[in-house]
Design a binder for this molecule. Sequence first.
Ligand code: BGC
Length: 385
Amino acid sequence: MSKKLRFAAIGAVAAIGLTACGGGGAGSGGGNDTANADPADLTIGVAMPTQTSERWIADGNNVKSQLEDAGYQVDLQYANDDIPTQQQQIDQMVTEGADLLIVAAIDGTALSSQLQAAADSNIPVISYDRLIRDTDNIDFYVTFDNFAVGQAQANALLVGLGLKTADGGEGTATGPFNIELFAGSLDDNNAFFFFNGAMDVLQPLIDDGTLVVPSGQTDIEQAATLRWQQETAQSRMETLLTGSYNNGTVLNGVLSPYDGISRGIITALQNAGYGPDLASTPKPLPVVTGQDAEIASVALINQGVQSSTIFKDTRNLAEQAVTAAKAFLEGDEPEANDTETYDNGNKVVPSYLLPVETVYKDDIQSVLVDSGYYTAAEVESGQAD
Ligand code: BGC
């Protein structure tokens, strides 16, 4: 297909998406006349995946409090990373007459029948952070620039190795360096964006020999971590160390897509004798990246154990979700800043993407403490108050 045609096709799909959205949304004049309602009479169902990771607790709290500040009732549910639990929670929100849903899916492909029920009741659905796939019945997507997250993680790995400087210049190191690659959960659309963004930066350096992956595991299927679990990552790292590093080969860097995974990787490395600093051990801890600026990892970055993380300000994501929710409930369309990138298999979903920020040790104060995300005491203790 020519570029022009492809563009036209995407435009057509986007237009269909927007029409479908009008049809299912609150502004359609369908079953729910929310536009004239008092917000206090409207309930928004918020479905979050898990409380085992801080970021989702922060997301849930931020969305709930900002919606309540706008006057709405909120039904916030967490599903313990269990798909049937999340399905049942959303079914119940629909049955109980929610006026709008905000959903961060556990498995992005497992909610079709719940969202069909929502559409049948004219309930608009906002996909939160993770794209819900294989359904026409989502109206909007709020997230971060997920491809940019992956690129930033890969760049942080190169900065940690000395191949690049933090401002994007050439580093003083030349390599070759041994690295291993980790990816997130394959049922989460974001995992592909992170990994593809990272490989966009790393692949040329793998191809020219600057980076070597001794395990040979460079496919996302090989690198994946089901449900993003720390223990799963730890055990894969142990297996990689036994399989590819028992002959004296030293690992220099690990691409990790999420702080919990990073901590699992670091534990495996420490158990295998990798030490915290260059001076004290022949096996210095490899450069390990991350994501989410979880407090336990921020403390590790502060101590020089983890190299970096990607900060995604969930306060801003919550704000975008609330802005979109208000628009739907008032009978309008939320404003998208991306109508091309996120094809969920059925349609291109109008999206609002937020920027991300890389945090190294030197950035903790300016990015995380000065903005009020954490206090200096929390960074010190590694625990959120
Ligand atoms: C989110 C990441 C998070 C991961 C694990 C992804 O969908 O975008 O911020 O690290 O899930 O919870």
